[in-house]
Design a protein around this ligand. Sequence first.
Ligand SMILES: Cc1cc2nc3c(=O)[nH]c(=O)nc-3n(C[C@H](O)[C@H](O)[C@H](O)COP(=O)(O)O)c2cc1C
Length: 355
Amino acid sequence: MKLLSPVKLGPLELKNRMAMSALTRCRAIAGNVPNPLAITYYSQRATAGLIITEATQVTPMGQGYPNTPGIYSDEQVQGWRKVTDAVHQAGGKIVLQLWHVGRVSLPEYHNGQLPVAPSALPMQGQLHTPQFVKKDIPTPRALETAEIAEVVSQFKKGAENAKAAGFDGVEIHGANGYLLEQFTKSGDNHRADTYGGTLENRLRFPLEVVDAVISVWGADRVGYRISPHFEGYASSDANPVETYTRLVEELDKRKIGYLCVKEGANEPKTPDQALTSRLRKVFHQTYMVNQGYNAQTGEAILENGGADIVCYGTLFLANPDLPQRFEKNAPLNAPDPSTFYGGNEKGYTDYPTLS
Ligand SMILES: Cc1cc2nc3c(=O)[nH]c(=O)nc-3n(C[C@H](O)[C@H](O)[C@H](O)COP(=O)(O)O)c2cc1C
């Protein structure tokens, strides 16, 4: 199977072409430090060619869900160090997903202050407070122009901390309606300064983040995730083909290690492979695709040259030994959505392996 064949990702030698997609699990403990169970959870999945961690906020303002881990304090770095050591010991490779939720948050996470965004646009929807109570998302506060450099430096600090924590690289979370995507998409960014208006201006902040992270890691250990068709959290763009072709051209110029394209809208899982194959031609480093793939469809897209690596989310969540199961054509455990977010080892470290 091509899925099980080795591949190079920048300087990293991956043992197969199956990546574990970023999966938020809301189990970090006090101080947003990774749960000690995360050591077991991630090392159980070390047969993935690459593990991409759950989204990890670079600053407290970047949080919008209960108990998500951070990468801004020494305790968090020490917590992640235990995870990377265990994954490496088990023969795996692991990168950290760097995150800022922007407007997808509640004042309850910020001592009563409003969440921040490119523009103060009202949006509908609810989120859980730190106590898992549902609340309406408020209209956020628009970042002042002078504040943007500060957010860029928070991403840079997160990248430095990820290095100190022993990761093999980082993935910048530019998808799923969060801060970088809010700046990128025309429907979410109505700014009148140099960070909004034209497409070039909308891409300025995400690309400043990319350049800052490259300055820490070197381009070939930096990945970037996009979701051109994501429609959650009021996310919208008038011309995703134009927006994302331009963004990906810029990422390609910088020769970042990989691009991960989450292809579909939120639900149903309908990949837009027309845009995927267009972007594939624009980006010349390692190309990953995600959303709704199984063994057959993953193998097919590799075989026809549409991608170099396939990212599996929910299948890796429920099947720690997913590559082995694909190899043996073995049955798969079904993911249990009731234990996706929050809780303990149930639905986290207790999915059975074949052996
Ligand atoms: C429980 C859960 C948590 C997720 N957390 C993240 C995340 O932290 N970062 C991210 O980029 N995507 C996140 N996603 C999206 C997944 O990475 C992936 O794109 C999605 O599950 C579709 O892939 P799949 O069909 O293989 O499951 C999450 C999805 C689920 C189900």
